[in-house]
Design a protein around this ligand. Sequence first.
Ligand code: AMP
Length: 634
Amino acid sequence: MYNSYEEAHKRSLEQPEIFWGKEAEKLHWYQKYDKVLETDYPFFKWFPGGKTNLCYNALDRHALGDKRGTAALIWESPETNQSRVYTYYHLYKEVNRFSGVLKNLGVIKGDRVIIYMPMIPEAIIAMLTCVRIGAIHSVVFAGFSRESLAGRIDDAEPKLLLTCDAGSRMGKVVKLKEIVDDALDLSTKKVGNVVLFNRNLDTTINWVDGRDLDWATLLEEKGMNYVEPEIMDSTDPSYILYTSGTTGKPKGVLRDTGGYMVALHATMKQIYDCEPERDVYFSTSDIGWVVGHSYIVYAPLLLGIPTVLFEGTPVYPNPDAWWRVIEKYGVTVVFSAPTAFRILKKFPEKWMKSRDLSSIRYFFLAGEPTDVPTYEWGTETLKVKIIDHYWQTESGSPMLTNNPGIEFLPTKPGSPTKSAMGWDLIVVDEKGKELPAGEKGFLVGRFPLPPGNLLTVYGDDERYKQTYWEVFPGRLYNTGDYAIRDSDGYFWVLGRADEVIKIAGHRLGTREIEEAVSSHDAVAETTCVGVDDKLKGTVVIAFVVLRQGIQPTEELKKEIIQIVRDNVGPIAAPKAVEVVTMLPKTRSGKIMRRILKGVYENKDLGDLSTIEDGVSIDEVSSAINLMKTDLGKE
Ligand code: AMP
């Protein structure tokens, strides 16, 4: 259709109506939209007037069409030693049955339903059921604390909460219902009912009479064979997903229906280069994150291909847990995070080499920058194309990416390539003035944004305006990231803008220093932060985790400082290199620099349970304690 990336991208910006209109025609609409795009800055509506249903497009279209017997959902759970495959028809039937249950419980269009469940098929059935009947789901990552869950309950005010007795992590039972009970005690808003899917992992659950209902019993009593999909406006919300905020009220990204559906369906071709009958998609993320929403659940189903739902970690029971699944199902496209690659890199290659991974065509990574050594390790050991791409909860689909389904541009390791279709990303200074190639600045996107982007912040249009559109003048969407565009038009994301280290009038993205530190052979992982210094204002401290068996000598620390001096410049040279055993990370793999800075400056970290970014408090607390011991700051 398009001969080159440049041609397609230009068309997507200059004639969005034609570009996205063609994509929308590939899906089912009960009533065609009046227009492709309508703007009312800083709001935009995709396909206004159009009537559709996300579940119809993801399931009915295939189950009642030519994919009745095609595998839709492949569930693998090394945690519980189970696996199951649902065809499109089977999944469609399950969703209809559960739709009967929710309808009978009085859930109607526009009601919010919180889903606090692990990576099991019932969680996906619940999501699809909500969008079928027009309810707005809000999936809360099942590793979140009771405080985080309570905050989301208070913000979303759900009619219903769906959960499980327990999840499992590295073979250990995680009691979810207990967390739900505590969260409901803490929250000021109350839910009508809690529906519990009992996996019999926790035999000690406490049933609250009148509030708690058993999933299986409800299905038997109230399940229906067929429930008509709710006819939704294209601009009706499909879900709320809370993003990592550092403090205060959780920020609910509100997603539309039609624009999201069109964007996801289109990206399966443009970016992931997938086709029905050929591809099997495996995203290793979690349904609690945006990647899980978009690329475990909706996008593969919209295209009509099998999607893998994996309950576990890459290393349990052995470090070949993913490779086994890829071999078993002939997975063709994998989507994961660099942090997982770095974990797997620590194990002997025999775990990977003993499996047939020849079915893989692409390995996509997102969530944080893919450093060059990780990129090279992946390329050499897996012998596949590794594609780094960049996006956010807000965007719903990639913002910077290579587009092999249109044209595969030459890879520059460490760069997520160029703007995705419909994105006009640029690098600007503080006043919103575009900077020339090669200059560092703030990464922003020109209005309007492509389909699938957030409608607003749930219940808070003012916050939407302030956070995203009022930071820079000139109708520019604030990504919150610091970046550079090179003379070939490739982007390099240098870190979060609010973590930029300012030294002697220079601004350094955390990544610039981290790349240099991690190029030392002894370094397994690193993160660098700017800390207050009485003399210099700010100095850089490099925290490093060394490779197994390497001793932290003074000589080694000097070498690391010298590398930064040589590669980045003397002003960036760390004042100290602190060797630690572990770095505190969110469950989605992001390093919590704020915490590192706090520990180093010996500041009171406050109540960790209020951290709103998907953190497992226990894991972070133990990383902090280890660090305090390492640094002698007990
Ligand atoms: P979240 O909304 O939690 O998914 O986080 C989005 C943020 O993760 C972005 O704003 C970036 O800071 C970071 N991020 C995601 N993907 C990449 C990538 N490929 N390269 C660099 N940073 C990334």
